[in-house]
Design a protein around this ligand. Structure first.
Ligand code: MNH
Length: 507
């Protein structure tokens, strides 16, 4: 246990950087420090990531901040981040926001410590749930959920109402992971207000973020009401998950090979072990939360940029028309062929990676990028939105939205490890393909059906609750008139390249 300036004990994992970084003096820090609180001048507790971006711009590719008597090291420079990706010397660090989620997600995949046997066990059992074959199986369910979204947007359009983009994307992604992973239906689109599962989840994520902004020893005192609410939120999440598992067990083996089926029925390919009931509970919560919150944000940012860049939307729409033609339901293998739509998504994740940081720790005594000695166990937070704005990799116009940064030639010309929205190494996102398939499919379907009209008065505001989300984003919809190809005009077979793009006058 470490001691804070106030003499209070800190939990493990909250050791400051003083011990692990012998040459802290080489790392810039903000000029004005308060004796006890540290670097909190001008800091807004609700936006720690955007605050850190301000510091990053002032202080450079590696910097430190002090809070409650502890130093934290932040890294975003391209060369430094590339070095931290070396799996021989570094590994995921479970700290800060991730560690604060341990009461919710326990030793589930996302929050497991590297040394916990349940990580490898669950990883090996669940990885086949994200194979190509598994994804092709989820595709029809993803389409069915997307249809509930377009039904609801059609109604809004008919009534002349604008749509709540983050709210609706959250409904979509929650229903998608619930249906594909767990055969469950939350009925989000039939509800006027968010499902209580979402409210409880947002509560626990916000709470985990807030715990970073008070001295941990004082949290029970300062956040007494919040801690009580958080306990109730966790109990609600647990109950929801227990009901879901009980229903599946009562119904016997589902046989669908979905994630829940794997968690309950599949033994480890080499050791033959099964996941314990308590671990299954943690995995279900992990996947329901990790499986929708970040994808929902990614879709929302992409729709924001599409609405603000009509020329990009027109190009994406032309691609959808060309690749999908008039087919009602695009086949699984037609989704990855939306190369430009995918670039729009990548570019949105570049500017606003919705899981905006990940932590790396030294697994042995080492020197970061040949300059900064680190002792085993010392760690740093990688600030992904800043890495994604490093002019060294992205050029002087890094703040501009431009999907062409992701055309094949441009990607090849950049050094590796400059684009990290899904983290790095063995502990990188297991749901990456799932998220990309779902989001590309949905963007394609929405572009094909609607014109997106922004509110000219809206300025992008980014809300933080560990993840990032555009706040208050509403769009008006128009039904597309020009450019919609007739259903029979294009056949489903044959290479997309040989087909004539169908373009309307408006494109
Ligand atoms: Mn996801 C890990 C970002 C979608 C399930 N995810 C991570 C990490 C990042 C991340 C970053 C690594 C965190 C760390 O190093 O501490 N994830 C995303 C983003 C999207 C996303 C930006 C969408 C866009 N993630 C999904 C989806 C699922 C999922 C969809 C599930 C269906 N993610 C996970 C799990 C982990 C993870 C589980 C932990 C993996 C591990 O440690 O083995």
């Amino acid at each position: 246990m470490a001691e804070t300036a106030t003499g209070a004990a800190l939990p493990r994992g909250f050791r400051g950087a003083e011990a692990g970084w012998p040459r802290l003096d080489l790392i810039p820090r903000p000029p004005h420090r308060l004796p006890l609180l540290g670097d909190v001048i001008g800091v807004d507790r609700r936006t720690p990531v955007q605050d850190s971006l301000r510091y990053a711009r002032q202080l450079g590719p590696i910097f430190r901040r002090r809070a409650f008597g502890k130093e934290f090291v932040f890294v975003w420079g391209t060369g430094l981040v590339a070095d931290l990706a070396d799996e021989e010397r570094f590994a995921k660090h479970v700290g800060l926001g991730v560690a604060n989620l341990r009461p919710v997600a326990g030793d589930g995949l996302f929050t497991a410590y590297n040394h916990e046997p349940n990580w490898r066990r669950a990883h090996d059992v669940l990885a086949p749930g994200f194979s190509r074959e598994a994804m092709a199986g989820y595709h029809p369910m993803m389409l069915a959920v997307a249809e509930r979204l377009t039904d609801s947007w059609d109604r809004a359009l008919a009534a002349g109402r604008s749509v709540d983009v983050p709210g609706d994307m959250t409904k979509l992604t929650l229903e998608t992971i619930a249906r594909t992973g767990f055969g469950h239906d939350f009925g989000s689109f039939e509800r006027a207000r968010p499902h209580p599962f979402v409210t409880a989840m947002v509560g626990t994520l916000s709470h985990a973020q807030r715990l970073n902004s008070v001295p941990s020893a004082l949290a029970p005192l300062l956040l007494r009401g919040a801690v009580r609410r958080n306990t109730a939120d966790i109990a609600y999440l647990d109950r929801t998950v227990d009901d879901l598992v009980r229903t599946r067990r009562a119904g016997g083996r589902d046989g669908s090979g979905d994630l829940l089926d794997r968690m309950l029925e599949t033994s480890h390919p080499t050791t033959g072990e099964r996941l314990s009931p308590e671990n299954v509970r943690r995995q279900v919560i992990t996947f329901l939360v990790a499986g929708h919150e970040t994808t929902s944000g990614a879709l929302s940012f992409a729709l924001h940029y599409l609405s603000r860049h009509p020329e990009v939307a027109a190009r994406a729409r032309a691609e959808v028309d060309q690749v999908w033609g008039g087919t009602e339901a695009p086949a699984y293998d037609r989704v990855a062929r939306l190369r430009y739509v995918r670039r729009v998504l990548d570019e949105s994740l570049r500017l606003w990676p919705t899981a905006p940081a990940y932590a790396r720790e030294a697994t042995r005594d080492t020197v970061l990028a040949g300059t900064h000695p680190m002792r085993r166990g010392a760690w740093a937070l990688v600030l992904t939105p800043m890495l994604h704005r490093d002019p060294e990799a992205w050029g002087p116009d890094a703040e501009e939205f431009d999907p062409d940064r992701f055309d094949a030639g441009a990607v090849r010309s950049r050094p590796p490890h400059t684009f990290k929205p899904f983290g790095t190494g063995a502990r990188a996102c297991i749901g990456r393909q799932f998220a990309l398939h779902e989001a590309t499919l949905v963007l394609g379907l929405l572009l094909r059906r609607y014109e997106l009209r922004p509110d000219p008065a809206y300025r992008l505001r980014v809300a933080e609750r560990l993840t990032l989300m555009p706040e208050g984003l509403r769009l008006r919809l128009d039904r597309r008139t020009a450019g919609t190809p007739a259903p029979a005009a294009v056949t489903e077979e044959g290479p997309a390249e040989s087909r004539c793009p169908v373009r309307g006058a408006g494109d």
